[in-house]
Design a protein around this ligand. Structure first.
Ligand SMILES: Cc1ncc(COP(=O)(O)O)c(C=O)c1O
Length: 385
């Protein structure tokens, strides 16, 4: 990472970090370098790049930007969020033990369950809201504690600082999936986390037109190892995808403000609605971990879930009756989405694991877009009624 952006505020870094890369024509926007290979000037002499799997200037610009936003020393941008998680799992060896939350993203759960269990890693999935569960799950072979907060879809929080303390005492690395919050609302490095992963598909890109991921590191040795793994496994993202994410990142601050304005307004409406049994949003004062949210987050984000009174049929009716909320998986785009975790985002978990995590047939998850909150409220109210 070349430039020092540390003196700039977050929104300024979103616009400028990693961007001014064109010394040939001084374009204000980072060019896309859609080349697989780079010409050598002499044997052993390049201008810094030789082959795009190993490195590409557009991808590097994005990596510089994301490292700066999270406060890390390095980043590797990958072709999906799952590729980023896959890269981090290769830091461990057969026999190593990893502790993760019982309510992590279903795709991460599936990846840990198989293939990584088949490759000899062992996992314990515990309720991380209670730190003593992590202490109890520790073994001599525990090498990593995996943090996802708030959890998906029920927005349970994990006390990042407390988890880091327990993991450190056991000599385990902490890895946080910060996809749900984005670095605008939560910066896990500030609480001592070692590695951060993202699905850039979500808020960082923000426009639902690319899938991507990132691994951000803050220790030199891990940075080098992750760089090696991403190259060796061929996990890096394409220059075009990197360019799209870099473009999206520029508006991260104003987008997150709009997402959370809408989410809070919707959550308040749902909280009082007679057809709604329960609302899950850390920005509500009656969320059981609201105080922790205020302590470790700089915003409450744009994700919320709610249980519809009745069962699956009632939940389905609400979903199909809305006009502004597309029935779709994923999250973090400018448009609002609604989905049914039981049969969509969390279908890759076993039904026992879903029940243990508190996901029911009547739970709906909403990714609140940046539309005007009044329109979103009117649409959802109409769908409920
Ligand atoms: C929290 C979280 N992490 C990781 C992923 C995986 O990202 P991708 O779909 O880009 O592979 C997702 C996808 O929904 C997610 O929600």
């Amino acid at each position: 990472m070349s430039n020092d952006y540390s003196q700039q505020r977050f929104e300024t870094r979103c616009v400028h970090a990693g961007v001014e890369k064109d010394e040939t024509f001084n374009s204000c926007i980072t060019p896309i370098y859609p080349t697989s290979t780079f010409r050598f000037e002499a044997l052993g002499k390049t201008k810094g790049y030789d082959y795009t799997r190993s490195g590409n200037p557009t991808r590097r610009a994005l990596e510089e930007s994301l490292a700066s936003l999270e406060g890390g020393i390095d980043c590797r941008a990958t072709c999906t969020g799952m590729a980023a998680i896959t890269a981090t799992m290769h830091l461990f060896k057969p026999g190593d033990h990893i502790i993760a939350g019982h309510d992590i993203y279903g795709g991460t759960f599936r990846l840990f369950f198989s293939p990584f269990t088949d490759y000899g890693l062992t996992f314990s999935f515990v309720n991380m809201q209670d730190i003593s569960n992590i202490r109890q799950a520790l073994t001599r072979r525990t090498k990593c504690v995996w943090i996802e907060t708030p959890s998906n879809p029920l927005l349970n929080l994990v006390d990042i600082k407390a988890v880091v303390e327990v993991a450190r005492s056991a000599g385990a690395t902490t890895i946080a999936d910060n996809t749900f919050m984005s670095p605008y609302c939560q910066r896990p490095f500030e609480f001592g986390v070692d590695i951060i992963v993202h699905s850039t598909t979500k808020y960082l890109n923000g426009h639902s037109d690319v899938v991507g991921g990132a691994v951000i590191t803050r220790h030199r040795e891990q940075a080098e190892r992750v760089g090696y793994i991403v190259n060796a496994l061929g996990l890096g993202c394409s220059p075009f995808d990197a360019w799209l994410v870099l473009r999206g990142v520029k508006t991260l601050g104003p987008r997150m403000e709009a997402h959370q304005r809408g989410a809070l307004a919707l959550a308040r409406m749902l909280d009082e609605h007679p057809k709604v049994e329960r609302v899950y949003y850390p920005g509500l004062a009656d969320h059981p971990q609201h105080e922790l949210a205020k302590r470790q987050m700089t915003g409450f984000g744009g994700m919320l879930s709610f249980d519809v009174k009745g069962g699956r049929a009632e939940a389905e009716k609400v979903m199909t009756a809305t006009r502004l909320f597309a029935m779709a998986e994923s999250l973090g785009g400018v448009e609002s989405l609604m989905e049914h975790p039981e049969t969509m985002s969390h279908a890759s978990m076993t039904s026992e694991a879903r029940r243990a995590a508190g996901i029911t047939e009547k739970t709906l998850r909403v990714s609140v877009g940046i539309e005007h909150p009044d329109d979103l409220i009117a649409d959802l109210r109409r769908a409920l009624e």
